[in-house]
Design a protein around this ligand. Structure first.
Ligand code: FAD
Length: 379
């Protein structure tokens, strides 16, 4: 496999990198403090077409390949996971099911406004009693005439409080992962409300919300895909988004290595730059090696998907390895800066806090290991 970027891919990556480094990163401290992303940054992102990368051209997006989407997410990761997370939920789990299995009418109603950034998207499967065991969703959708009535609670939903459309997984039949269906829910639908907004350890600016459905009325036109086939679509959505998480981890690692090498060259102790000590060089070497391996696994998973044969193990390996690489790299980057790294206004400190969630959401590290292990045993 050849991962050499062509001219178009290089230009795409460079554009997003420039936007993140010059427009987003300088405002991250403000975003952290206010726990809010300024609307003008979203506007600029929309002008660059970043809301439309997962949406086909006929609906106003750019319909990027999986590989190009990975490149965009890699560059988004350079500012950590706050701003990046907001775009990630929209361009990954929030839009993928609608693009894959939506009807022409559903696509026409939602996708153009999603591509322009007017309408933000979220995806809600997790519930208080259904986390890693996502197939045990309890939210029920009862059908009466041509309407469904949803009852239940979703929690930890990225961007759920700001979304204009949410893909919701609900049970339309018996127990287990069969008999689940997907619904497109708008916040204005009767019976829907936002519950609590959670205070998080990192990813500030990008709130996670509780969503409450009390006889929430959804017309049949807003059922996404056939009734009872939601589980397959939901798992495809989640596995499609995992290389994007991996890519953001790679981008974050790359930025941390830049910060760390700069620091190692300029910080002096015992009369010389700390980068002259082998202990620091070894840390940098391990950071770079893990990042490079994570990048290759991520590009590999995306390329297989573009070639039409994505594999669960390539996806899980990329997500597992890249998120664990980031944990290592963020920890080492903080160590290289000593006490300065521990201070709240140091960007390394932000990456360290943001990094933690990447081993949890979109399938924990343990779940990725289960997927890889089971594939190996199945032969
Ligand atoms: C910031 C953030 C954003 C999120 N955004 C979204 C979102 O937009 N939409 C959405 O639907 N969800 C979202 N989630 C939810 C996320 O996907 C879940 O938190 C995650 O899947 C884990 O579920 P859980 O928290 O219930 O943990 P649990 O499933 O209770 O897991 C607890 C621990 O047990 C381990 N474990 C569980 N089962 C097994 C097993 N079979 N074998 C080995 N170990 C196991 C887990 O790995 C973990 O270490 C988000 C979560 C966070 C923190």
């Amino acid at each position: 496999m050849d991962f050499e970027l062509n001219a178009e891919e290089r230009a795409l990556a460079e554009t997003v990198k420039h936007f993140i480094d010059t427009r987003v990163e300088p405002r991250m401290r403000e975003i952290e403090t206010r726990n809010q992303i300024p609307e003008e940054l979203f506007k600029e992102a929309a002008e660059l077409g970043l809301f439309g990368i997962s949406i086909p051209e006929e609906f106003g997006g750019s319909g990027l390949s999986r590989f190009s989407r990975v490149l965009v997410h890699q560059m988004l990761g350079r500012s950590g996971f706050g701003f990046a997370g907001a775009l990630a939920a929209h361009t990954g789990i929030g839009s993928d099911a609608l693009v894959s299995i939506g009807t022409e009418d559903q696509k026409r109603r939602y996708l153009p406004r999603m591509a322009s950034g007017e309408l933000r998207a979220a995806f809600a499967i997790t519930e208080p009693e259904a986390g890693s065991d996502a197939g045990s969703v309890r939210t029920r959708a009862r059908k009466l005439g041509d309407r469904y009535y949803l009852n239940g609670t979703k929690h930890f939903i990225s961007g759920g409080s700001r979304a204009g459309v949410i893909t919701v997984v609900a049970r339309t039949g018996g127990e287990g992962s069969k008999d689940l269906s997907l619904f497109l829910v708008e916040p204005s639908f009767r019976g829907f409300r936002i519950g609590q907004l959670y205070e998080t350890m990192g990813t500030r600016g990008h709130p996670v919300a509780e969503l409450i459905f009390e006889d929430c009325e959804v017309s049949e036109e807003n059922r996404l895909g056939p009734e009872g086939e939601g589980w397959i679509a939901a798992t495809k959505t989640l596995s499609g988004a995992r290389p994007l998480v991996a890519a953001r981890c790679v981008g974050a690692c790359e930025r941390l290595i830049e910060i760390s090498t700069d620091y190692a060259k300029t910080r002096k102790q015992f009369g010389r730059a700390i980068g002259e000590f082998q202990a620091i060089q070894f840390m940098l070497a391990d950071m770079a090696t893990r990042t490079e391996a994570a990048r290759w696994l991520t590009y590999h998973a995306a390329t297989l998907a573009d070639q039409g044969h994505p594999t669960m193990e390539s996806i899980s390996m990329a997500k597992l390895f890249a998120s664990e690489a980031l944990a290592f790299v963020a920890d080492a980057a903080l160590q290289i800066q000593g006490g300065s790294g521990y201070m709240a206004d140091n960007p390394v400190n932000r990456f360290y806090r943001d990094a933690r969630v990447t081993r949890i959401y979109e399938g924990t590290s343990e779940i990725q290991r289960l997927i890889i292990g089971r594939r190996l045993l199945r032969g």
